[in-house]
Design a protein around this ligand. Structure first.
Ligand SMILES: Nc1ncnc2c1ncn2[C@@H]1O[C@H](COP(=O)(O)OP(=O)(O)OP(=O)(O)O)[C@@H](O)[C@H]1O
Length: 120
């Protein structure tokens, strides 16, 4: 049990460290807050809220992993290196894929509600 709590503390240290220092992580948190606010105003269902939550956690997870990979890559070398470029680009690609999926899902949920509310 003590080991589990210690692991949780390390994970929380990582979460707060990235939140304090990484702009992209801060942007993710802001976007998540705004998305939930829009969802609340548009009165999305519990199911839609769960779907959006899963996407938001997915983006956060990929952003944290992307940050960790970038940091590790910079430890390997900060000189120009083609492999490091590939590693960083692929890692950024993962976040991009997840963000695109989340964006499309949010549009699918929000647009009909916006049309319904303002154009009916
Ligand atoms: N050592 C390197 N060698 C070759 N290309 C690199 C190297 N470091 C970065 N790059 C290229 O520059 C891009 C941006 O890298 P960088 O480390 O600045 O990340 P970033 O996208 O600006 O993320 P963040 O804003 O989180 O720092 C990479 O995707 C890669 O294409």
């Amino acid at each position: 049990m003590f080991r589990f709590l210690k692991s949780m503390k390390y994970a929380l240290d990582g979460i707060f460290y990235a939140l304090k220092t990484e702009r992209n992580v801060q942007i993710w948190l802001g976007v998540m807050f705004i998305t939930f606010l829009i969802g609340f105003l548009l009165k999305i269902s519990e199911f839609e809220f769960m779907i959006i939550s899963i996407w938001m956690c997915g983006i956060g997870t990929s952003e944290y992993l992307n940050t960790a990979i970038e940091k590790l890559a910079d430890r390997v070398t900060t000189e120009h290196d083609d492999q490091i470029k590939n590693v960083k680009d692929i890692s950024a690609g993962a976040t991009f894929i997840c963000s695109t999926g989340a964006f499309l899902t949010c549009m699918y949920i929000f647009i009909p509600k916006i049309l319904e509310r303002f154009f009916h």
